[in-house]
Design a protein around this ligand. Structure first.
Ligand code: RP5
Length: 157
C-alpha cells in the first residue's frame, strides 16, 4: 500500500503531475503513479476507484480538457481526492478547472489551481501529517526552508 495514489488521464499529463511526485519524494512520502483515463480506460477507472481505499490514503488526480477523472474517482471512493486541472492548449486549462471544481454536494474534490500539482503534493502530505508526527516535522522543515530562501530585498540579477 502506498500513501498517495497519483493518477492522470494521459501520458501527456505526466510532466505536470511529476511535480506532485517530486514534492512527495522530497518529503519521503510513498506513492504510486498510474494512467487512468475516465474516457479511454473507464474500466480501469472503475476498478481503481473500487480498490482505492485498500490501496492508498489520498488520491491526487490530474486531467485536462473534459477532465472527468477526479470527479469520477471521487464518486467511487471515500479516499480524499485532490484534483489538478492540467493546462490545455485550446482553453488554457479553464476547461479543466471548470470540469473538476464544480462537484455536486456529497462528492467533493479538493481542486488546486491550473497546473497546481506541486501544491497537490503538499496538500496530500499535510493531510497525511495529521496522523504522522515525523511527516508533520518534515512538512514544517520544508516550509521553513522555503521561507528562508526568500530574500528580503529584490535584486537586479
Ligand atoms: C485528457 O485529455 C488527459 O487528461 C489530457 O490532459 C488530455 C489530452 O490527452 P492526450 O490526447 O494528450 O492523450 O484525457
Amino acid at each position: 500500500m502506498a500513501d498517495v495514489g497519483i493518477i492522470m488521464g494521459s501520458q501527456s499529463d505526466w510532466p505536470t503531475m511529476r511535480e506532485a511526485a517530486n514534492i512527495l519524494d522530497e518529503l519521503s512520502v510513498s506513492y504510486e503513479a498510474k494512467i487512468v483515463s475516465a474516457h479511454r480506460t473507464p474500466d480501469r477507472l472503475w476498478t481503481y476507484g473500487k480498490e482505492a481505499a485498500g490501496r492508498v490514503k489520498v488520491i491526487i488526480a490530474g486531467a485536462g480538457g473534459a477532465a472527468h477523472l477526479p470527479g469520477m474517482v471521487a464518486s467511487k471512493t471515500r479516499v480524499p481526492v485532490i484534483g489538478v486541472p492540467v493546462q490545455t492548449k485550446a482553453l488554457s486549462g479553464l476547461d479543466s478547472l471548470y470540469s473538476i471544481v464544480q462537484m455536486p454536494r456529497g462528492f467533493p474534490v479538493a481542486t488546486m489551481a491550473i497546473g497546481g500539482a506541486a501544491n497537490a503534493g503538499l496538500m496530500a502530505a499535510q493531510i497525511l501529517a495529521v496522523s504522522d508526527e515525523d511527516l508533520a516535522r518534515r512538512v514544517e522543515d520544508w516550509r521553513a526552508a522555503l521561507s528562508a530562501s526568500i530574500p528580503e530585498e529584490p535584486s537586479d540579477d
